[in-house]
Design a protein around this ligand. Sequence first.
Ligand code: 5GP
Ligand code: MG
Length: 177
Amino acid sequence: MRQKVKDRYFKSYLSSKEIDDAVSAVAKRITADLKDENPIFLGILNGSFVFASDLIRKLDFPMHISFVKVASYIGTRSTGGVTELIGLNESLIGETVVIVEDIVDSGNTIEKIVKLLKDHGVKKIKIATLLLKPNAYKKDIKIDYVALEIPDDFVVGYGLDYDGWGRNIPSIYKIDD
Ligand code: 5GP
Ligand code: MG
């Protein structure tokens, strides 16, 4: 099926069933590794809200879930770009934190988040992402839990947007120009 999102066309790529199976598999691995650690799941807004919602309902152990935004802006001094986690309202000191991302592409974003979390005194950091583009990923940081690997095509749906549109599409579509 083909559909228009804003001004571009996208075609069906990953079905709801494929996504659900992949999220279940990741949930099993996370459970095996972290069920006794009372981890804090930290969803990165906006894109991860659908994945985070499905993922945590497949986890049957004690945990916290919280969401943050990553804000990047040019500092007022000559220090270059500054990155900040907005909305963090609980202490992460000594905690096991599972970053929940929608997609890891070059890895620039996840690298910044990991650095910020280390500054917050986190004990252990794990990374869970719905999608990984392995051909684009250039960092050494291990992405612990990857639900699905995809090629370097632009995708929307299941929380992922094109210029703010398409997050509500239940499955994943890829660009079809
Ligand atoms: P990175 O910093 O890893 O290069 O990029 C991560 C961010 O780029 C994601 O959080 C997401 O906002 C955006 N991004 C990368 N690839 C895609 C894609 O295929 N679709 C959408 N909607 N966003 C993407
Ligand atoms: Mg994102």
